[in-house]
Write a protein that binds this ligand. Sequence first.
Ligand SMILES: [Zn+2]
Length: 170
Amino acid sequence: MHMKLAESLDFTRNVDKGAEIHGKWPISSLSGLSDLLLNDQGDLDVSLYFGRQAKWSYVKGTVTGNLAVTCQRCMQPMELALDTQFSLALVRNEDEADLLPEEFEPLMLEDEILSLSRLLEEELLLAIPLVAMHDTECSDVLVEQKQWQAENESLHKKENPFSVLKDLIK
Ligand SMILES: [Zn+2]
């Protein structure tokens, strides 16, 4: 049952219900991230869990999906597999924020309305690496450099069998 999520949620009501909400969030609705993304196609899967722990009202969540970003090594497009979690507890001021258990980040709300676009943009800005790169050696220059290094090292080892020992002593 994955439907599109509502833009805003009544935070307190969902906490009272202990609500669990699963849904899709269109990447095109994350306008604050548009500078980082190559396109805004597709959806993110979002799960939200509301509840109370001691005196704290919280929302915990997970966001998964694929974002199109630029690899900072080869400057080609790449897909970033996103899988991020957050735990936020409602606070009314900074004094309350200081008292929060470590597992929570402070959440401040106007009129106790949770704006999902704002929440998701903030969480994703933290989750997207500043320097995203392909998992594999994607740049030709880099691959050549590595090969050259490896050859150079093996030559060096032949010349001097004690180089490994020297490294160990260091
Ligand atoms: Zn790359």
